[in-house]
Design a protein. Structure first.
Length: 521
């Protein structure tokens, strides 16, 4: 294989890997953001082009090569998705709906027409430079370049420039600047591959890493200026994805090099590339693992330290308010003091939650697993909450099988049981009913709470155990809830190798929350 073709192939493969990682990152970082989805679709369209390009220019049959290179039609999708992304990012997609309609109709019309009449877009491929086969432009192939480089890109640049001029916030101006730079650099570098299509002898090798350029600029803008409002954890994930992309590219490069050297020199040992690849993978994996471990430790220590620092002044406030209580006779002053005590209790509770989350997420935090009576635990918690049942006039039904034991950390399982029952009480209207069940099922102890409360929609169920997530009806009923209890409960059950679940037939139709742990008696 020609060394130029080898470098060309490896460069485009690395770009495809980087683009795929970026697409997944954008999709999963914020599934509801139109700008994230749009940029993800731009990356997917570019990856389709890159993969088809590499396959097509290495295919020996001219007609098959042309058919593969027809995926170059993805350039039309790049244009329409890019405009939609930028308008959504600038908050102008509704105002510019007519632009989007025009671009989508025009782009899809071109794609459909060229699928029906492929010879107008590309002729059968021909050898060019060091490529076995390369694009041979049809008479209307220029429309692809015009659509992307004459219509879509200039329009995008104008919109970003106008928004940049009107914006006074320096951070947002920086976001606009780096978005502009990323698109400009990628489009300029990527355009180089078009020259040889029209028989201008400029090596497409220069365009191999255009997606990598895009990723580098986006990453820099993301890390420094929060481009696309990417969360810290997602930023780290993006960097690790890029690390994986680099590893994949290096392994591919080693493999291609190894094959080339074996073809050139028959005595060249075939174990060299796998050996070097293994060393690289182990080295980079070790670095990533250490970095993740360091980040996790720092996060745990930070939250724990801050929580402990909070507790001291909160304790002083509690003592001071208790000492003042006997000396205050004025009813208005007593009311204000009660407000202070109530707010202090909420802060203490919040501090405890922060510490519990930190401990639950720290895999090194020790669980004290012992043989415990789940039946006794459930009975004690239910008895302790009787007053809350009576205040809301809730009908309680208990079916608790006695003497059920499991290997558990009692304090944490108590937290889960109490969270389930308190949530049921809180979100069940006055006069409703709650059923608490503990039974053995096969080799498991199964606990469940069934209520006639606000229920859960099918859209909310998959996200119910996510950190800080709360359903729409739950937010309406309790504006101060944090959405932490269920998230922590899932972590606790994971550490017990147990299962946790929730079920509901819909809003205002009640719900069932349950978990299971392995029975030992």
């Amino acid at each position: 294989m020609n060394i130029h073709l080898l470098i060309h192939n490896v460069g485009f493969i690395i770009s495809a890997i980087a683009g795929t990682g970026a697409a997944f990152f954008l999709f999963f970082n914020n599934k509801k953001s139109v700008s994230n989805i749009g940029m993800g679709l731009v990356m997917v369209s570019l990856v389709v082009f890159v993969v088809s390009h590499v396959m097509g220019v290495n295919t020996l049959d001219p007609l098959v090569s042309r058919n593969i290179l027809m995926f170059n039609l993805s350039n039309f999708f790049v244009g329409m998705f890019l405009v939609h992304t930028v308008l959504a990012y600038l908050g102008k997609s509704r105002d510019r709906w007519y632009v989007l309609v025009f671009l989508y109709i025009t782009g899809l019309s071109f794609v459909t027409y060229f699928i029906i009449h492929p010879d107008l877009f590309l002729l059968p491929s021909v050898p060019k430079m060091y490529f076995p086969n390369y694009y041979e432009a049809g008479i209307l192939n220029w429309t692809r370049i015009a659509y992307l480089y004459v219509i879509c890109l200039p329009y995008v640049f104008i919109e970003i420039a106008v928004a940049y001029g009107k914006m006074t916030d320096r951070r947002i101006r920086s976001q606009y600047k780096y978005l502009f730079m990323a698109i400009m650099t990628t489009s300029a570098v990527g355009f180089v591959a078009n020259f040889l299509v029209y028989n201008i002898p400029i090596d497409p090798l220069w365009a191999t890493a255009f997606l990598v350029f895009f990723a580098i600029i986006l990453v820099y803008g993301t890390l420094k200026y929060e481009l696309f409002d990417i969360r810290i954890i997602a930023k780290q994930a993006f960097l690790y994805c890029l690390g994986v992309a680099v590893i994949g590219g290096l392994i591919t490069l080693f493999d291609f090099t190894n094959r080339t050297l074996q073809n050139m020199y028959s005595d060249f040992p075939g174990w060299v590339a796998p050996f070097i690849s293994a060393i690289v993978v182990v080295f980079i994996t070790t670095i990533i693992w250490r970095k993740l471990k360091e980040d996790e430790t720092l996060k745990y220590e930070f939250v724990t330290t801050v929580a402990h620092k909070f507790r001291t002044p909160l304790t002083h406030i509690k003592w001071a308010s208790e000492n003042l209580t006997p000396n205050i006779t004025n009813s208005d002053d007593r009311i204000q003091l009660n407000y202070i005590k109530s707010a202090n209790e909420k802060l203490v509770e919040l501090t405890s939650l922060l510490m519990n989350i930190s401990e639950a997420e720290n895999t090194d935090y020790e669980y004290k697993i012992t043989r415990g009576s789940v039946s006794k635990l459930v009975d004690e918690i239910t008895d302790g909450l009787k007053e809350q049942f009576e205040i809301k006039n809730l009908q309680l039904k208990r079916i608790i099988v006695p003497e059920l034991y499991a290997e558990i950390d009692e304090s944490r399982i108590k937290f889960v049981v109490q969270t389930f029952i308190e949530n049921a009480i809180h979100y069940t209207p006055i006069g409703g009913s709650i059923a608490i069940s503990l039974k053995k099922l096969g080799k498991d102890v199964v606990f469940s709470v069934t209520d006639t409360g606000i229920g859960i929609t099918s859209d909310e169920l998959p996200r119910l155990f996510h950190e800080f997530y709360r359903g729409h009806n739950a937010r309406l009923i309790d504006t101060e809830g944090m959405g932490i209890g269920l998230y922590m409960s899932k972590g606790i059950l994971n550490r017990h190798n147990g299962k946790i679940w929730a079920y509901s037939t819909g809003a205002n139709k009640g719900s069932v929350f349950g978990f299971s742990v392995r029975r030992i008696n």
